[in-house]
Design a protein around this ligand. Structure first.
Ligand code: MSP
Length: 474
């Protein structure tokens, strides 16, 4: 991604059967970090950040019914909750995609018709066990104790119906060749290996329509079927570039972000569809890990589902970003220890960046000096280490580098002991610190946007005044 001219990043479009939780917030926050980072590096006009909601299918229809609402009413409501949550978390998406958008319906129908006309879709009888939680058929060897391992409280349903099938088996070798030939990448490497071996094990064609699901997009050539929700959903990444003005040239996506639970759809099925359509393939499909909360899987029945807004209310939006992203290596599975959040917040933010800002601003204030001129000399470039971390999809490493830099700075101040200095000697030191704080603000832009903006305001204000603490100790 070095000489990149444009950057198109996506999150999964989330199901609207329920409100957003911290799992959805995690991927979306990371995508936001990437979007802000590339806006800073290549210009805002060259970045397109897409997120949205996945609104069709049996699971959503069932949730609407449970809530006593018509599907459209229900999806409008939950989709709005997603948009509000992202607004409150300072997520700077460029477009919020909804699969119930009429233009999406039209485009998906056109694209599917094209695939059908090319002979890649046929009709056959299907019999299998379906997991409504995943919205997919599960195979015998995936079943654990008679249930899908990802949805152990949901009963599998036996389904037998006429479906239209997509010739995935025929296309899989082409996808594999393109993956191995570097035409698109699946990352991290461990996931790429998994995908390759799964493809080599043999692929079956997939059913892409349903007769029993009314809440969906009708097949253009046979309206007794609706399009399988996953096919409808995957197309969002491409149709967004056709729906949103001026974004056509953003295809192919540079980065599809998601967790490993849905990599399969993004690393094989999506590419197979694109190949038939003669469309370019996404550059990178990145699956981060799945996390648990205090060692447990998040679930409604365990009552440990965390609302990201609760955490943001306690730690602020920057605090939430910091805690989530720095908790474990991006790409690996991990665990959030909510009990340790306070400790981390105090150590790295309140006593770290927050304290550094207060200390230096206070010294500047006491000096009565005007720092306008020196503020202009700040070296506003991105450190190589951050560039490398972002190139390697490790925002957590970028944050660690920044944390270390703050610690170094603290150490240096301790050694300088500026509180013992006076007049010219003191000003000389402070004139070194102020541009350094502005550099810190610069590299924090994508990671802690609010903190970065406040730091920039404080240290470019000429007669610097100590602000209220940026992070209140917990
Ligand atoms: N609607 C589909 C995606 C279609 S994309 C064309 C879907 N939606 S979902 O609401 O279930 O979201 C799944 C995604 O939410 C994961 O891939 C991940 O991005 C995020 N996460 C949900 N829970 C999570 C964890 N516990 N850990 C990590 N990511 C989490 O699948």
């Amino acid at each position: 991604m070095s000489n990149m001219k444009k950057f198109y990043v996506t999150t999964p479009i989330y199901y609207v059967n329920d409100r957003p939780h911290i799992g959805h917030a995690y991927t979306t926050l990371v995508a936001d970090v990437f979007a802000r980072y590339y806006r800073q590096m290549i210009g805002a006009d060259n970045v397109f950040f897409l997120t949205g909601t996945d609104e069709h299918g049996a699971k959503i229809a069932q949730a609407a019914k449970k809530n006593g609402l018509e599907p459209q009413e229900f999806v409008d409501k939950v989709s709005e909750q997603y948009q509000q949550t992202w607004g409150k978390l300072d997520i700077t998406y460029d477009y919020f995609f909804r699969t119930t958008h009429p233009d999406h319906t039209r485009i998906v129908q056109e694209l599917l018709q094209k695939i059908y006309d090319k002979g890649y879709i046929y009709k056959a009888q299907y019999k299998g066990l379906y997991c409504i939680g995943c919205e997919k058929y599960v195979t015998e060897n995936e079943i654990v104790n008679g249930r899908c391992p990802d949805h152990p409280t949901t009963e599998l349903t036996q389904q037998e119906e006429e479906n239209y099938f997509f010739k995935l088996k025929e296309l899989a070798p082409q996808v594999l060749a393109k993956l191995e030939g570097g035409e698109f990448s699946v990352l991290p490497d461990s996931r790429r290996t998994e995908i390759i071996s799964k493809i080599q094990h043999g692929i079956n064609d997939i059913s892409i329509s349903r007769t029993g699901v009314e809440w969906g997009i009708p097949l253009p050539w046979d309206d007794s079927h609706t399009i399988y929700v996953w096919i409808d959903a995957l197309f969002n990444y491409l149709t967004a570039t056709k729906i949103v003005e001026g974004k056509e040239s953003f295809w192919p996506a540079n980065l599809h972000l998601m967790a490993k639970d849905i990599l399969w759809f993004h690393a094989l099925i999506w590419e197979a569809l694109l190949i038939v359509l003669d469309e370019k393939l996404p550059t990178v499909v990145f699956a981060h890990g799945f996390f648990t909360i205090d060692g447990q899987k998040m679930s409604k029945s365990l009552g440990n589902v965390i609302d990201p807004l609760d955490l943001a209310a306690k730690y602020g939006t920057d605090g939430l970003r910091y805690l989530l992203i720095s908790s474990f290596s991006f790409g690996n599975d991990g665990d959030f220890s909510v009990a340790q959040f306070d400790e981390k917040f105090n150590a790295d933010l309140a006593n770290g960046i927050g304290n550094l800002v207060s200390r230096i601003a206070k010294l500047c204030e006491n000096s009565g000096h005007d720092f306008t001129a020196v503020a202009r000399t700040a070296n506003l470039v991105m450190d190589e280490e951050i560039v490398a971390a972002m190139k390697n999809f490790r925002p957590d490493e970028a944050l660690r580098f920044i944390r270390d830099m703050v610690q170094e700075f603290d150490k240096q101040i301790h050694e300088d002991a500026p509180w013992k200095l006076q007049d010219a000697q003191l000003i000389e030191k402070l004139e070194l610190y102020v541009p350094r704080m502005l550099h810190l603000s610069h590299i924090l832009t994508a990671f802690l946007p609010d903190t970065s903006a406040r730091m920039s305001e404080i240290f470019t204000s000429g007669k610097i005044v100590k602000p209220a603490p940026l992070f209140e100790r917990k």
